[in-house]
Design a protein around this ligand. Structure first.
Ligand SMILES: Nc1ncnc2c1ncn2[C@@H]1O[C@H](COP(=O)(O)OP(=O)(O)OP(=O)(O)O)[C@@H](O)[C@H]1O
Ligand SMILES: [Mg+2]
Length: 535
């Protein structure tokens, strides 16, 4: 249904990929993977014709309806959540206008018309509203939020409403750019299950191993400007890549050994008259060999160290008798809690239990109605919110953004740190507004490093980060001397880091003084993923 041939694309003088080809058949499930900034989202925009390749072609069957979920949520106007999910606001009108325009021009026999018609039909179907509600519920919405203006919701929730609309339309090809980034575990599992039974084709960008393992049968990787395809799910892809490397490496080594032997013979007998001809033929043999390149070893996580922050008091943060409500919705009543220096605490609990709110209370980012929050001696807080793009100034270059975070820094120092975060050479002069999702997250990490807090509060720090960068972050946080409180649904990340677990449910906070496995055992919460959202 979709064929891509020989695409080449460069941005800002850098080639993202070339000779990229791909084919997707009806009903096929495909993942597109690769490091942050490799060009995955850019490839999507070319397939969607919102961006032009330098060369190559994209062909799509005329009859296919394509639905797309962008990496960052599209802005909304005054429509309600349900209106976004049913396409009533804006979308239907736009589609109708497109249809009228093409009809008036007498060009109704074109793919654009078929697609607009199919989308229009899908959204004006009498079943649409019921279907939209079902999707919204699955994605974690409460009934009472259906009629709220979407713009009151956070970016992640707006994205869910857009996703609900796509699922309602049931496109033949569903293109999702990091769909799990803004989902909690319950809705992630719901989506996974829904997509398993989805009849159309799927093309998704993701850094979530388990999600891809459950869903895809083909993996394309952007690696060193090439698009390489692997058959199987994500684990199969990892295995094949490893095997390819081992195979190439041993082929390379064998050939090197052979060359050495031939060369040694030639060197030894070159000046022996009776054997000179033989020696010469060995040299020829070496020259005639098709040389095998030494394969590049798999990339390793880059190592960075969080500079030692000023030492804080024994008690980092103390909450006492906190009452916190959003309007009538009481989240905490009489909450008391102490976070001690050097602990690495993960917050777990069901969807909507108030984990992000607790982190914001600790950070001093929300106003609560009652109680006190006491900071320890010399406390210096760094808060890494769930919505990080908004924390960057779009008109700053990458290096200026870092120097704003710590004005004592010289430019060469800032560039040095940025270099170890993969912002190389002139890349530090990019405007922050053109950065990819993962690059934005990385830049936010750099901003912490240049002015390290001794209390670090992080809400889903691994979203948008590629798999190796997550490893790098784990390595750095393991050595971090300050206090860490974080929210995550990445079991691997939690296992590596948590020394304490706080279970949040129904306004109650229970402490488990031990690592994640201790929590699973003590709480009887079931398997490692279920434990994250257990009530
Ligand atoms: N106008 C521009 N000028 C310079 N560089 C740009 C511009 N637009 C995009 N880029 C760069 O192109 C690269 C590819 O971006 P893209 O969003 O496709 O990456 P991605 O693979 O989706 O990454 P991520 O996993 O972080 O989402 C990034 O390095 C980005 O900074
Ligand atoms: Mg992207």
């Amino acid at each position: 249904m979709l064929t891509i041939r020989n695409l080449k694309k460069s941005v800002g003088g850098r080639v993202l990929f070339e000779e990229a080809s791909m084919q997707i058949n009806y009903g096929e499930r495909v993942a597109l993977v690769g490091p942050n900034g490799a060009g995955k989202s850019t490839l999507f925009s070319i397939i969607l014709r919102s961006n032009e390749p330098d060369s190559g072609s994209v062909e799509r069957d005329e009859w296919t309806m394509v639905g797309f979920l962008p990496q960052e949520a599209e802005a909304v106007g005054s429509e309600t959540v349900l209106q976004v999910a049913t396409g009533q606001a804006g979308m239907l009108d736009t589609l109708e206008a497109t249809l009228r325009r093409l009809e008036e021009a007498g060009t109704v026999d074109v793919p654009e018309y078929f697609e607009a018609q199919a989308k229009y039909d899908a959204l004006s179907n009498p079943q649409t509203e019921a279907k939209a509600k079902k999707m919204l519920r699955g994605l974690g919405y409460r009934e009472s939020d259906f009629d709220r203006p979407a713009k009151e919701m956070s970016g992640g929730w707006i994205m869910r409403a857009h996703l609900a609309r796509l699922l309602v339309m049931e496109p033949d090809l569903l293109m999702l750019d990091e769909p799990t980034n803004h989902l909690d575990l319950m809705s992630l599992l719901w989506l996974q299950n829904y997509l398993k039974n989805y009849s159309g084709a799927l093309l998704m960008i993701s850094h979530d191993r388990q999600f891809m393992d459950e869903l895809v049968q083909t993996v394309y990787e952007i690696d060193e400007r090439r698009l390489i395809s692997y058959t199987g799910n994500y684990s199969d892809y990892l295995r094949q890549r490893e095997e390819n490397y081992e195979r190439q490496l041993s082929a390379y080594k064998n050939q090197q050994k052979e060359i050495e032997q031939l060369q040694a013979f030639a060197d030894k007998f070159r000046s022996v008259a009776s054997k000179a001809a033989q020696a010469q033929s060995k040299i020829k043999q070496i020259e005639r060999m098709e040389k095998i390149d030494k394969p590049k070893p798999p990339r390793k996580p880059f190592r960075f160290q969080i500079p030692e922050p000023p030492r804080g008091g024994q008690r980092s943060i103390e909450l006492e008798g906190i009452e916190m409500a959003y309007g009538k919705n009481v989240v905490y009543r009489n909450l008391s809690l102490t976070i001690e220096r050097g602990e690495r605490t993960v917050l777990v609990g069901p969807n909507g239990a108030g984990k992000s709110t607790l982190l914001k209370i600790l950070a001093g980012e929300v106003e609560y109605q009652k109680g006190t929050r006491k900071l320890g001696h010399a406390a210096k807080i760094g808060y890494f919110s769930q919505h990080r793009a908004a924390t960057l100034n779009p008109n700053n270059t990458v290096v200026a953004e870092v120097m704003d975070a710590n004005p004592n820094l010289r430019e060469d120092e800032a560039r040095g740190i940025l270099g170890s975060f993969m912002f190389r050479k002139e890349e530090v002069f990019k405007y922050t507004r053109v950065l990819s999702g993962g690059e934005k997250s990385r830049l936010n990490l750099v901003k912490f490093l240049v002015d390290p807090p001794n209390i670090l509060l992080m809400d889903e720090p691994t979203t948008h980060l590629d798999i190796l960068t997550v490893e790098s972050l784990i390595l750095a946080l393991e050595k971090y001397a300050g206090t860490l409180v974080f929210i995550s649904h990445d079991v691997h990340f939690i296992r590596k880091l948590a020394t304490d677990v706080l279970h949040v449910n129904d306004g109650q906070v229970t402490r488990y003084h031990g690592d994640y496995d201790y929590f699973i055992e003590k709480s009887g919460a079931g398997d490692e993923r279920a434990a994250l959202t257990a009530g």
